[in-house]
Design a protein around this ligand. Structure first.
Ligand code: SF4
Length: 618
């Protein structure tokens, strides 16, 4: 970068990519973020950053940033001023009321999410608000809320180093949360922590010394976890004196009556002996931590999976103990904040999938999309595009003219994290301060300022004098945050504390239908990417510049396909052409594709079920 070290203004803040919540220092000059600075005294991670955090900051000053509002006139989006754009949005929200719906990214600050919820639920009168398609972390935290009484992990990141055994469900921790991958690496190499992985594919974690990866059939996680629990009960390895006092134990025990290791083995490709051995190891470890790093691409039984794992931890008396429990890993930087603040529909509202169905059916008249790009990141692209084309009025608030924004009636240019004040909550529950490093680019505004102005136009006055006032309000009304003050967060942040009211919840594993001659398609994060934001970062694009289809080398040989060759991937919902990556990470019959890339969007062929079956041809 072109600046002397001493000429840089250095601003401490929090990475805006994934839920790990790494702190970083931005090097700024002339209102441009020119670098991120390694500071070994910063954060729980001692300054270590992954490629995204260290080399992915270029999206902030990207020449592709939106710098003025846009309004559709005569079929095309044309530059407009804020007054025109916000007048249109205000008028539509006023008349739509409960026929308005909102999809929001969990990349916003807590203050912005809280204010958005107030504007949409309290002022407009709509309960239809959701984030990340309602999938992955949103589903996991919904499960945690039912089982624990709060929508988050009963464990923190520091538990990784204190544990004796890490049981990782799905292996993509290194891909989705690289610095957590470093933490696991440290625990394994320095403390000799045992690492056991149950996953539908192998990953970087599988290469760590002593790691055992048990690759199972896609969608078999629930059956496996229930079989672990059943083995522990049958062999008397559970916390017999503690479990009886936990609500729901007897009903849950009855629900796993038939969930034997043999029964799970018959459908998951892992032997009964192996399942029993893992159960015994997990039960015998002095301290054992379950880690659940699901990415956005997983649209299956997330809620049930979180509950099954919490049941397993409860069974062995491992909730609320150091080095133990369940660590649920939200993909986006503020996924946990969005869960804590209740950014999901209430009983009267629609979730993300129902919102899109409502758009297509004409029941949702106005759709307000804040920072999400459902065209690329939600399953079944054709259906999503049809829904967005059908809705009467589409407002998109974003940094870029995304594929979703290109369909909007009004586009509002928003700011990046580097232009914002506020807080993010990490996957370990640490609430950390986000500090402004540069002023908003062009005419763009922070989501907070846009929402505060909308509030003023809808009610006659802004909701808050500033972000600090919003934090005071949200802390007073959000469980787990009531003890927090902005000053108290300091440089290190503070972990919000939830009261645990745990109970066993029965979850039944269904059977996964297979389609002869077809491949099970897994989608998720490519190494060093996160959502669609990383497409504007130089580092992530250097490592992985385009979409691909990964398949097992024996499958590749059968199809006579070699590395880098382009193939057609076809499902019931669509088809696309992708370059191949031939590997040994996947079992035969299973293929993988990352979901980030618009031109090679794998969501052109996915549907909203756990597994999409595809055919592959040259
Ligand atoms: Fe940022 Fe996540 Fe990488 Fe940390 S692990 S630097 S929070 S993307």
């Amino acid at each position: 970068f072109k600046a002397r070290w001493w000429a840089l203004n250095k601003v401490k803040t929090v990475c805006s990519y994934c839920g790990t919540g790494c702190q970083l220092t931005l090097g700024v000059k002339d209102n441009k973020v020119l670098t991120t600075i390694y500071d070994e005294n910063q954060g729980f991670h001692n300054g270590q950053l992954c490629t995204r955090g260290r080399w992915g900051y270029q999206f902030v000053n990207s020449s592709k940033r939106l710098t003025t509002p846009l309004i559709r006139k005569g079929g095309t989006l044309q530059p407009a001023n804020w007054d025109e754009a916000l007048s249109l949005v205000t008028d539509r929200l006023k008349t739509s009321k409960e026929a308005a719906a909102t999809l929001v990214t969990p990349r916003l600050t807590n203050e912005e999410l809280y204010l958005l919820k107030r504007v949409i639920k309290d002022v407009v009168g709509s309960d239809s608000i959701d984030h990340s398609g309602g999938y992955a972390h949103a589903a996991l935290t919904a499960g945690a809320k039912e089982s624990l009484g709060f929508p988050g992990s009963p464990s923190v990141i520091a538990d990784i180093q204190k544990s004796e055994l890490l049981l990782v469900i799905k292996t993509d921790a290194y891909e989705t949360h690289p610095v957590i991958g470093f933490e696991i690496n440290l625990a394994v190499k320095r403390q000799g922590t045992a690492l056991r992985i149950l996953s539908d594919k192998k990953g970087k974690l599988s290469r760590l010394p002593g790691a055992q990866t048990y690759v199972h059939a896609p969608g078999a996680e629930l059956a496996l976890v229930n079989a672990l629990a059943k083995t522990i009960v049958d062999e008397g390895l559970h916390d017999a004196s503690g479990v009886g006092a936990i609500k729901g134990f007897d009903a849950w025990l009855k629900s796993i009556e038939n969930c034997t290791a043999e029964q799970a083995a018959s459908q998951c490709g892992v032997t009964a002996d192996t399942i029993k051995a893992v159960a015994r190891e997990y039960a015998a470890a002095g301290k054992a931590l379950i880690m659940l790093p699901l990415g956005m691409g997983y649209s299956g039984h997330g809620k049930d999976l979180a509950q099954a794992l919490i049941n397993l931890a409860l069974l062995t008396g491992r909730i609320g103990k150091e080095g133990c429990g369940v660590l649920i890993m939200g993909e986006k930087n503020n996924s946990q904040g969005a869960a804590d603040l209740g950014i999901h529909p209430t009983t009267n509202g629609l979730d993300a999938q129902a919102i899109l169905t409502g758009c297509a059916a004409g029941n949702v008249k106005t759709l307000y999309v804040v920072g999400e790009n459902p065209v690329v990141s939600y399953p079944n692209r054709k259906q999503v595009e049809a829904a967005l084309d059908a809705v009467d009025f589409l407002v998109v608030q974003d940094l870029f003219l995304t594929e979703t924004a290109a369909k909007a009636d009004v586009v509002l240019p928003a700011c990046s994290f580097a232009e914002k004040e506020g807080t993010f909550t990490s996957l370990g529950g640490a609430v950390q301060r986000v500090n402004r490093a540069i002023t908003p680019l062009g005419d763009s505004r922070s989501d907070f300022d846009i929402l505060n102005e909308l509030h003023a136009r809808l009610t006659g006055q802004p909701a808050y004098a500033n972000q600090k006032a919003a934090f005071v309000d949200l802390a007073a009304t959000t469980p787990g945050y009531t003890e927090l003050t902005l000053e108290g967060l300091g440089d290190a942040g503070a972990v919000r504390v939830n009261k645990c009211a745990a109970s066993f919840v029965p979850v039944v594993a269904g059977t996964t239908a297979t389609e002869a001659g077809k491949f099970a398609l897994l989608t998720g994060s490519a190494l060093n990417h996160s959502g669609t934001l990383s497409l504007y970062g130089e580092g992530p694009m250097l490592v992985c510049p385009e979409g691909y289809l990964e398949l097992n080398k024996d499958d590749a040989a059968k199809l006579s396909v070699s590395e880098g060759e382009t193939v057609t991937v076809k499902s019931a919902t669509g088809e696309l052409r992708l370059k191949t990556k031939v590997s040994t990470r996947l079992p035969q019959g299973v293929v993988f594709a990352p979901y980030h890339f618009a031109e090679s969007s794998i969501n052109s062929v996915t549907d909203a079920t756990a597994i999409t079956w595809v055919s592959i041809s040259k």
